[in-house]
Design a protein around this ligand. Structure first.
Ligand code: NAP
Ligand code: GFB
Length: 322
C-alpha cells in the first residue's frame, strides 16, 4: 500500500459558504488540487466557532497544517446597518478562537479574510493595503469593519510575539454560485438576481434599491478561489493583499442591475427606490500589489460571470440560500 505523504492538510472554516464552495469547485472540477494535499471543508454544523472548546475540538480532530479562515457573520449593506453589534461580537469571537487555536495547534499558515469595505470612509483613491487603519470605516458597517481590522492586528501580533506567518486577503465584493440570495440580508448582486427572477415570474417591476449611482468592483467567486489557492501556496507576507479586479473594471450599481436584467432576459420595468440607502458611494481599491505577483492572471469577464451565476440560481432555485 503506497503511503501517501500529506504535504498539506488544509482546513477551510466557513467551507459551506459562497467562497468555500468556490474553492471546493476549483479544486475538484478545475484541476486546482495538488499532490499530497488533503482538504477539509467545515460548516457551522461541524462546530460553532464562537465557542472556544468547539473550535479547539475541530483542530484536535483534523490536525490541520494550514487553515483558510472564511467563517464569519456576513451580509450586505442593509443587514450590516441593522446589526452592527452582532457583526462586531460574532466575528470577534470567531476570529480570536480560530487564530488562537491555530497557534496552539502549531498550524503553519492561516489565510484569513478581510474586505475592501473595511477601509476608512474618508480616504484618497485608489485604496491600497497600507490604508486599513487610517481612519474610521463607513458608518453603515463599522461593527464588521472593526472586527475584520482586528484580524490584521492579530496577524501582526502573532508574528511579533511568536514568529507566526499568519496572513489575510482583502477581497472586493464577491458573487457567484452558492451565494446568499436572501433579499433582505444578502449582497447587491444576489439580491438583484433573486428580485429579477421574482419580477419575471410575477410580471412586476424590478425594484433596485438606492440611486444606482454608487460604484463597486465585483470579483467572481471562482476567480477569487483560484487566487486563494495561490495565496495559500505561494504568498508569504504577513501583510494582507487586496484580491480585486482593476480600478478600470469598477461599475455602477445601475450597470450591475442592467447586466442582471440582460442575463435573465427581463423585459419589465426597472424602478429605483431612492428611499433606500446607497451606503458607501465608492471603495475603489488598487490591485497593483496582486498584479506585481501575478501580472498575467485573467479575471472572468463580468457579463460572463453574471450569466453563469444567474444560470446557477435558476437551475438551483429550490436549494439556493434565499
Ligand atoms: P457565507 O456564504 O455567508 O458563508 C459563511 C460561512 O461561515 C458558512 O460556511 C457558515 O456556516 C460559516 N459560519 C458562520 N458562522 C459560523 C460559526 N459561528 N461557526 C462556524 N461556522 C460559521 O460567506 P462568504 O460570502 O463565503 O464569505 C467568506 C469570507 O469572505 C468571510 O470571511 C467574509 O467576511 C469574506 N468576504 C465576503 C465578501 C462577499 O461579498 N461575500 C466580500 C469580502 C469578504 P453555515 O453554512 O453552516 O452557516
Ligand atoms: O452588496 P451590498 O449590499 O453592500 O451593496 P456594499 C449595496 C449597494 O447596492 C447600495 C445597492 O448602493 C444599495 O443601494 N442595491 C441596489 C442593493 N439594490 C440592492 C439589493 O437588492 N440588495 C442590496 N444589498 N443592495 C457591503 C458591506 O457593502 O460590502 C459588507 O456592508 C460587506 O460589510 C460587503 O463587506 C462586501 O457593497 O454597500
Amino acid at each position: 500500500m503506497e503511503n501517501k505523504t500529506v504535504k498539506m492538510r488544509v482546513m477551510v472554516t466557513g467551507g459551506s459558504g459562497l467562497v468555500g464552495r468556490a474553492i471546493e469547485h476549483v479544486l475538484k472540477e478545475d484541476g486546482g488540487a495538488s499532490e499530497g494535499e488533503e482538504w477539509i471543508f467545515l460548516s457551522s454544523k461541524d462546530g460553532n466557532l464562537m465557542d472556544p472548546d468547539e473550535t479547539k475540538a475541530l483542530f484536535k480532530k483534523h490536525q490541520p497544517t494550514h487553515v483558510i479562515h472564511l467563517a464569519a457573520m456576513v451580509g450586505g449593506l442593509f443587514k450590516n446597518m441593522r446589526q452592527n453589534l452582532d457583526f462586531w461580537r460574532i466575528n470577534m469571537y470567531i476570529n480570536d478562537n480560530v487564530l488562537q487555536a491555530a497557534h496552539e495547534f502549531g498550524v503553519e499558515k492561516v489565510v484569513s479574510c478581510l474586505s475592501t469595505c473595511i477601509f476608512p470612509d474618508k480616504t484618497t483613491y485608489p485604496i491600497d493595503e497600507n490604508m486599513i487603519h487610517n481612519g474610521p470605516p463607513h458608518e453603515s458597517n463599522f461593527g464588521y469593519s472593526y472586527a475584520k481590522r482586528m484580524i490584521d492586528v492579530h496577524n501582526r501580533a502573532y508574528c511579533a510575539q511568536f514568529g507566526r506567518k499568519y496572513t489575510a486577503v482583502i477581497p472586493t465584493n464577491i458573487f457567484g454560485p452558492h451565494d446568499n440570495f436572501n433579499i433582505e440580508d444578502g449582497h447587491v448582486l444576489p439580491g438583484l438576481i433573486h428580485k429579477t427572477y421574482i419580477a419575471m415570474k410575477e410580471g412586476t417591476p424590478l425594484q433596485v434599491w438606492g440611486s444606482g449611482r454608487p460604484l463597486r468592483q465585483f470579483i467572481y467567486s471562482l476567480d477569487l478561489a483560484r487566487l486563494f489557492l495561490w495565496v495559500l501556496r505561494e504568498y508569504n507576507e504577513v501583510e494582507p493583499i487586496i484580491l480585486s479586479v482593476g480600478e478600470e473594471d469598477e461599475v455602477s450599481i445601475k450597470q450591475a442591475a442592467d447586466a442582471v436584467v440582460k442575463a435573465l432576459g427581463f423585459n419589465g420595468e426597472v424602478l429605483y427606490d431612492t428611499s433606500k440607502s446607497d451606503g458607501q458611494f465608492k471603495k475603489t481599491a488598487s490591485n497593483a500589489k496582486l498584479r506585481k505577483y501575478l501580472p498575467d492572471f485573467t479575471f472572468t469577464p463580468f457579463h460572463k460571470a453574471i450569466k453563469e451565476t444567474c444560470e446557477w440560481f435558476v437551475a438551483n432555485y429550490e436549494v439556493a440560500r434565499k
